[in-house]
Design a protein around this ligand. Structure first.
Ligand SMILES: CC(C)(COP(=O)(O)OP(=O)(O)OC[C@H]1O[C@@H](n2cnc3c(N)ncnc32)[C@H](O)[C@@H]1OP(=O)(O)O)[C@@H](O)C(=O)NCCC(=O)NCCS
Length: 186
């Protein structure tokens, strides 16, 4: 299957999705390294996680992009240039034409429909340009906001993985969601 490179920029009237660069480390660190975000992610930074680590994370995402393993975009709201959140397609399986969606947004911008718009933009790119067949996501059972995002974007609940993750001294269930190319409405 043809593997299309990650574009540098995807523009919509309301949002831009752009490839990260190492100099994004500071703003991303400042949004990302907050309990209200980290609480819902699988990734747990070390106690002394700092801007250098964030920069290393960006470099790794750029390497993975080159290898067509995952495409991570910073979200900006034009005309502003500052990154307010992240949206990604990860774990590409090109043979079976699927990938996992991921996202997070600075708390300042919650509740304005930004991630549903960014998700639909990246889904449109994934289905129409990359010709994926399926996109899936997995959300902590307690993360109602994120479940609403996926449901607004047309994802269907596919099941629950019980005790998928051990975090904060207890087990958490994860809800699995998926959407197929013929179910996607822009
Ligand atoms: C989940 C998240 C991405 C939602 O992004 P968003 O752009 O705010 O999405 P929406 O504007 O559609 O809001 C989603 C729901 O959040 C709730 N919500 C909105 N604003 C809120 C606020 N200020 N405080 C608490 N909840 C709020 C609403 O219930 C809303 O659903 P509704 O519009 O049907 O009422 C964002 O909250 C976030 O980054 N959370 C932390 C990281 C995370 O959970 N990532 C996903 C891991 S699977």
């Amino acid at each position: 299957m043809q593997k299309l490179d990650q574009p540098d920029l995807i523009k919509t009237p309301d949002l831009y999705l752009r490839k990260l660069k190492p100099s994004d480390a500071k703003p991303i660190y400042e949004i990302f390294n907050k309990p209200e975000i980290l609480k819902w992610l699988l990734f747990q930074p070390a106690k002394n996680y700092n801007i250098k680590d964030q920069e290393a994370w960006i470099r790794k995402t750029l390497e993975k992009s080159k290898k067509h393993q995952s495409y991570v975009f910073g979200i900006t709201i034009p005309p502003e240039k500052e990154i307010v959140g992240i949206i990604s397609l990860e774990n590409f399986n090109w043979e079976n034409k699927n990938a996992q969606i991921g996202y997070w947004l600075s708390k300042k911008y919650w509740g304005k429909g930004i991630i549903p718009k960014a998700a639909k933009t990246i889904m449109n790119f994934a289905f129409k340009k990359l010709k994926l067949h399926r996109i899936y996501g997995a959300v902590f059972e307690e993360n109602i906001k994120s479940q609403k995002v996926l449901e607004k974007c047309g994802f269907k609940k596919e099941g629950i993985t019980r005790h998928a993750t051990y975090k904060y001294n207890r087990w958490h269930n994860k809800i699995r969601y998926g959407i197929l190319t013929n179910e996607f409405k822009k």
